[in-house]
Design a protein. Structure first.
Length: 443
């Protein structure tokens, strides 16, 4: 269940794709040429990845309703395995890609670098673009051009069990400004663990694997909150292995003794632990299990303000499409309130359009994920993290597969007891070497 849940909800990139492979067939120039406009009529093909059943149904219904809503365009949907989806796009030449394709947010820049995506301006109606949230626009923009738009964003924080927190006498934050410091978080974990049957108090979704995309998405915000980062100005050395980054991960590993390995995925709903580090996709299960006792709390503030992850799956038009105008009409339909609402009801995600977001009570004041919603009102790119920004998108660069695989590998080793500084320095060197080998991934 959890694997499926995160198949669409969690930005789940196939990081094993060798970057050399990701660069196959790339060409120089100022970015991809736009798709051919075409007549705005005829057949179009859409690729999406398989998520959980309710999400697949939301996409299938959107395509069916689009075909029923007009007679000029016939859309055909192909659902591809989520496990190999990113690799499939990487390995498919541009002339064999579909008219419309879903892709994981951090892969947009790689697909642009490889000339696989068309700019959306002029193909997608201006009203659709202006209805996109600022986060959705930031995630889909590469070199000041918009290449992708999303149905939903992602939200990440700590879920709390109010009953267990109150019973242990633990005070918890009710706003980002009150986020726990590392010392306060450690003290809370200790108090909660003392009251727990298992002696554990925290779940970090260890069952997802820290070496995969979960590692980068869920735990790089700790580095950014400490004043460190994954990369800055195309350099990782002195950033990923900076004193701030090292200190943040040393604090993180000190919490391991309180962590339930969560092999069954039920540590939090079964009340074995009082706190769970997780994303929006857990909300449907958690709210059902805990009801009014469910709290949404910010991640710890490591010194420079609490930060969190953002960004998820998004949609674009293939650069090889000969029917870009019809593809743009489909995207406009896909991103209407009905379809976005159906998808976010299926996966608990925050809508990535302004109108659907305003209508989603879960993320509004008084809703079950109101604090997660507030976090998404202050977004920034990883290249421009400020004290006031809370939700940080992963680095927008075609070198992202290398960044995330190296960081994930280092994080898993560190969590297993390896030296923090040495692991982060090795990862930083490997990232810098890769960027240097690929001309910093500039077209």
């Amino acid at each position: 269940m959890h694997n499926h849940v995160r198949a669409r909800a969690l930005p789940l990139m196939a990081v094993a794709v060798a970057t050399a492979l990701a660069m196959a067939g790339c060409s120089s120039g100022s970015g991809p040429a736009p798709a051919q406009t075409g007549s705005g009529k005829g057949d179009i093909v859409i690729w999406a990845h398989q998520g959980q059943d309710s999400e697949n149904a939301a996409v299938q219904n959107a395509v069916k309703d689009f075909n029923a809503s007009q007679k000029d365009i016939k859309a055909t949907l192909k659902l591809l395995s989520g496990d190999t989806y990113t690799t499939t796009i990487t390995n498919t030449p541009v002339d064999k890609l579909p008219d419309v394709l879903e892709m994981d947010g951090p892969t947009v820049a790689t697909n642009v670098f490889n000339q696989k995506l068309s700019p959306l301006e002029g193909l997608v109606p201006a009203a659709t673009i202006s209805n996109a949230t600022s986060g959705a626009v930031a995630e889909g923009t590469v070199d000041k051009k918009l290449y992708a738009l999303a149905m939903y964003d992602s939200a990440l924080g700590i879920y709390g069990n109010k009953k267990l927190l109150d019973a242990a006498g633990v005070k918890y934050p009710t706003s980002m400004a009150e986020a726990w410091t590392p010392e306060q978080f450690t003290a809370a974990l200790e108090k909660l663990a003392a009251k727990s049957k298992t002696g554990k108090s925290l779940d970090i979704q260890e069952q997802y694997g820290l070496a995969g995309e979960w590692g980068a998405y869920a735990f790089s915000p700790l580095l950014q909150s400490a004043g460190g980062n994954l990369i800055k100005d195309d350099k990782a050395t002195g950033v990923l292995d900076s004193d701030a980054s090292v200190k943040a991960l040393e604090e993180f590993t000190s919490w391991k003794k309180y962590v339930d390995p969560n092999a069954d995925g039920n540590a939090f709903p079964n009340k074995r632990v009082a706190l769970s580090w997780g994303g929006h996709w857990l909300y449907p299960t958690y709210s059902k299990a805990l009801g009014d006792d469910l709290l949404d709390l910010p991640l710890p503030n490591m010194g420079e303000g609490a930060k969190t992850g953002a960004g998820s799956w998004t949609w674009g038009i293939g650069a090889g499409s000969k029917n870009g105008s019809a593809a743009g009409k489909f995207l406009a339909f896909l991103l209407n309130d009905k379809n976005v609402g159906a998808m976010t009801t299926a996966n608990g995600a925050p809508p990535a359009t302004k109108s659907a977001y305003a209508a989603d009570k879960t993320y509004q004041s008084g809703g079950g994920l109101a604090l997660f919603g507030q976090q998404l009102q202050s977004t920034c790119q990883a290249s421009d993290v400020t004290a006031s920004c809370v939700a940080v998108f992963r680095p927008v660069t075609a070198g992202y597969p290398t960044i995330t695989s190296q960081f994930g590998k280092a994080l898993a080793a560190i969590y297993g007891g390896a030296d923090v500084k040495a692991q982060l320095s090795n990862a930083a060197k490997a990232i810098d070497q890769d960027f240097s080998d690929n001309g910093n991934y500039t077209n």
